[in-house]
Structure formats: structure tokens, C-alpha cells
Ligand binder design. Structure first.
Ligand code: C2O
Ligand code: CU
Length: 434
């Protein structure tokens, strides 16, 4: 097949591939391995570094608590909305949860009103760095602080077979009302870590704009992108790693005796090393970015992309029009304005190739819910490095990416821009299973 599937392409339900309701929800029974209550509030609050901002908190702070699980754990999270006036919902960004647990207000659930609660349950199948965030009026609530990190550690067997578990630092980057922060702090921070420690720096970009992450004081490796391990990552020296808005990278480093500094584009920085004294050597700002198309060693893909069942185009442009009755310059998807964008229709088991094109004049971090895509090519250049899996892929204006995924998670899923203002302006499409 080639070209855009329309809703009319849907096959009739009830065939051998019909989806059962139990495929769409997390396990209702069973004692959870991880159980967390997250209380959301709309309020004026104080960042870890002392500034006061108006926004949203989870359990009284932003970022909210990091949820940690081990692969295979049954995770149960109860969202309590104490005072978020527009209601709230929690989306598990990058985690392949069953559709009903996806937390998209208006699609998979209603927004949870003030004084109500909603419980999510899912099995944390894949290890990696993820995040949770509200998916109701996201351009206000996520921007205002209603989010936190999720870390799924490899299971015990995998851990025992490999090296001892490395030390982790979970480092969300977020801008609150013009205040740029790293783990909730706007100023330089020092974390004392003994020399020789194998450290994993989990950098989460929770902003809409992309950033560049790099280290000075030590070479590092890009261990993972969007929660998926890079195969045989080589050392990086003097280059930065590109992190799309919504994306994550895990950087691996052996902490040197003189310490090291993590940079996330601009301020703030984080130093790591023995003792209390922050390392101060600023080093040079890298001119180059690691090209994930060629980084690491190739490995076989878990599905055959040579004869896909579907091939979609997702072309982003821009034109004058009306959205919700408001005139403006709006994003288009395949030439159409939201909500006049046909769903991408698939059947369970399909191998899907999608070509993402951008001629809109601005970069867009494209995020598909419920699935990871593997990058096959960029501007016709084939990927030759480690399989590069992403749930949030920056597509610069003028670029085209060919990506592939297997339709293995039935439901209705958003495929939208993670520049949350762009999404609010209609840069949203849906992937739906027939
Ligand atoms: Cu992280 Cu639809 O979002
Ligand atoms: Cu966008």
C-alpha cells in the first residue's frame, strides 16, 4: 500500500484480529509492585532553588516525584486532583501502556475534575527513562510543572548478568515562567560522587524547545535514547547530543578524580565529582552533534521493514486558515487543518513505515504515543548505526525521516507535535487500530 489511509479503510470489527477490551486496559487484578499516589495542585510554589512561580505541582513540588520500577513490575498510580481547575490526566510518555491507561483527556479518559481521582495500572515492560505529565491543557499544565520522571530499571536477571547497576542521576530540564532549571534548580549544582563511579545521567527535556547536552571533563557514551539502549555506543569527545522537546538521553560516564560538568545548552549546569568543590572548567561549547543515524553498531530489527503493510505520509506545513473559528497561520498535516486530519488506520500486527516531512519553516518534535519507531533514513541517507528507536523525533524544517514501527498496541493513539503550543494549535493526528 502507499499513501494516506482514511477512516473508510477501516475493516469491519469482529474478525480474527478483533481487539478485546482486556487488551486495552492494564491488569485490574494483582497486588502492585509499585504503588504511588500523585496529588496535583494548581498553586504558587517554590522551586528547589528558591524562586516562586505560579503553576502546577505534584505532591507539593515540581518536578514531581520520580517513579522507579523494575522491568515487569505492576505499577499503580492514583492521580488525585486537589485543585487543578481545568481537570488533569496523566500520560506515560514513552511507555507502551495499554490504551485505556494512556491518560489523554478527551481520547482515552475524561479529565479528572477537582476533588476526584483516577487510578492507572500497567506493567512496566521496557526498561528505560520516561516521564509522566498531564495531558489536559498540556501547554499550560506541563509547561507549568505538572510532570515527573519515570525510571524503569532492567530486571534482576539482566542486572546480574551485566555489570553492577550504575549510579543514576535523574535530571529533568524545565523552564518555569522564564526560569530555566535542571532538576528544579536554576543555579549551578554539585552532586558529590566518588571518582571511578559508573554514572548514568538521565537527561529529560520536558520543555518544548530542543536542547543540546554534553559533558566537559570526561568523554561519555550515549547509552540510551528515549528509553532504548544504543548498541555498542562509542565514546563521544567534544560533541553534544541533541534532545528534542519531550525526548530523553541517558549519558554514561566514569567519574574522573577532577570531576565533570553536565551542560544542557545554557544554564544551569551540574557538576559531579568527589568532594564538595564544584568543578569549574567551562570547556568549549561543542560545534557538532552526535549523529544518531551513524552512532553505535547495527543490530537486527525485531520486524521486517522491507515489505511494510502500510506506508503513511505525515507532512507538516503551514498555511492561513481558521481553527475553532480563529483566523491565523496554522500547522497543516498532509495539507489539512486540525481537526480535518484523517486518522492513520492500522491493523494489529502491521509493520508500518511512515515518512515524516517538514516544510513548515520550524522544527517539530514528533511524538507517537504507545509505540517506539525506529529511524530508517533521513533525507534519503540510510541509518547505519545502532538501531535508533525514538518516541519523540525532532524533524527540522526541510528534513524528511523514514521511520518504522510494528502496530502491536491496539487502541487510539495520538501522533502529535511535542511543542505543546503547536499541539494546542492543532498539530495533532491519531493512529487508530481497525
Ligand atoms: Cu508527552 Cu501526547 O505527550
Ligand atoms: Cu511543532
Amino acid at each position: 500500500h502507499h499513501g494516506q489511509a482514511a477512516p473508510a479503510a477501516a475493516t469491519t470489527a469482529g474478525g480474527a484480529g478483533a481487539v478485546a477490551v482486556t487488551d486495552l486496559t492494564g491488569p485490574r487484578d494483582g497486588v502492585p509492585d509499585v504503588s504511588v499516589t500523585l496529588t496535583a495542585r494548581q498553586e504558587r510554589f517554590t522551586l528547589a532553588s528558591g524562586e516562586e512561580v505560579d503553576g502546577f505541582t505534584v505532591n507539593g513540588a515540581s518536578p514531581g516525584p520520580t517513579i522507579e520500577a523494575v522491568q515487569g513490575d505492576l505499577v499503580e498510580v492514583t492521580l488525585v486532583n486537589e485543585s487543578v481547575r481545568d481537570g488533569a490526566a496523566l500520560h506515560w510518555h514513552g511507555i507502551a501502556v495499554p490504551n485505556a491507561e494512556d491518560g489523554v483527556a478527551g481520547v482515552t479518559q475524561d479529565a479528572v475534575p477537582v476533588h476526584a481521582s483516577h487510578t492507572y495500572r500497567f506493567v512496566a515492560r521496557d526498561a528505560g527513562t520516561y516521564w509522566y505529565h498531564s495531558h489536559q491543557v498540556s501547554h499550560e499544565q506541563v509547561v507549568g510543572g505538572l510532570f515527573g520522571a519515570v525510571v524503569v530499571h532492567p530486571d534482576g536477571a539482566a542486572r546480574a548478568a551485566g555489570n553492577p547497576a550504575p549510579a543514576d542521576l535523574v535530571l529533568p530540564v524545565h523552564t518555569y515562567d522564564g526560569i530555566r532549571t535542571l532538576d528544579g534548580r536554576s543555579g549551578p549544582t554539585h552532586v558529590p560522587v566518588p571518582a571511578g563511579t559508573q554514572l548514568r545521567l538521565r537527561v529529560l527535556n520536558t520543555d518544548s524547545a530542543n536542547l543540546r547536552a554534553w559533558l566537559t571533563g570526561a568523554d561519555f557514551r550515549v547509552l540510551a535514547v528515549d528509553g532504548r539502549e544504543i548498541n555498542a555506543p562509542p565514546p563521544v569527545h567534544g560533541e553534544a547530543v541533541h534532545v528534542p522537546g519531550g525526548g530523553r538521553v541517558d549519558l554514561g560516564v566514569d567519574v574522573p578524580a577532577a570531576g565533570l560538568v553536565l551542560h544542557v545548552g545554557g544554564r544551569p549546569t551540574l557538576s559531579v565529582g568527589p568532594g564538595e568543590q564544584p568543578a569549574t572548567e567551562p570547556g568549549a561549547v561543542p560545534h557538532r552533534e552526535v549523529d544518531l543515524l551513524t552512532y553505535g553498531e547495527p543490530a537486527p530489527l525485531p520486524f521486517d521493514v522491507t515489505a511494510p503493510a502500510r506506508h503513511f505520509e505525515y507532512a507538516v506545513g503551514r498555511r492561513v486558515g481558521f481553527v475553532d473559528g480563529r483566523p491565523g497561520l496554522w500547522w497543516t498535516i498532509n495539507g489539512r487543518l486540525y481537526p480535518d486530519v484523517p486518522m492513520f488506520m492500522v491493523e494489529e500486527g502491521d509493520v508500518v513505515v511512515m515518512t515524516l516531512r517538514n516544510s513548515s519553516g520550524t522544527v517539530h518534535p514528533m511524538h507517537l504515543h504507545g509505540h517506539h519507531v525506529v529511524v530508517l533514513s533521513r533525507n534519503g541517507e540510510r541509518a547505519t548505526g545502532s538501531p535508533w528507536w525514538a518516541d519523540t523525533l525532532d524533524v527540522a524544517s526541510g528534513d524528511s525521516y523514514e521511520v518504522a514501527f510494528v502496530a502491536d498496541n491496539p487502541g487510539i493513539w495520538l501522533d502529535h507535535c511535542h511543542n505543546l503550543q503547536h499541539a494546542a494549535d492543532g498539530m495533532v493526528a491519531h493512529l487508530a487500530y481497525a
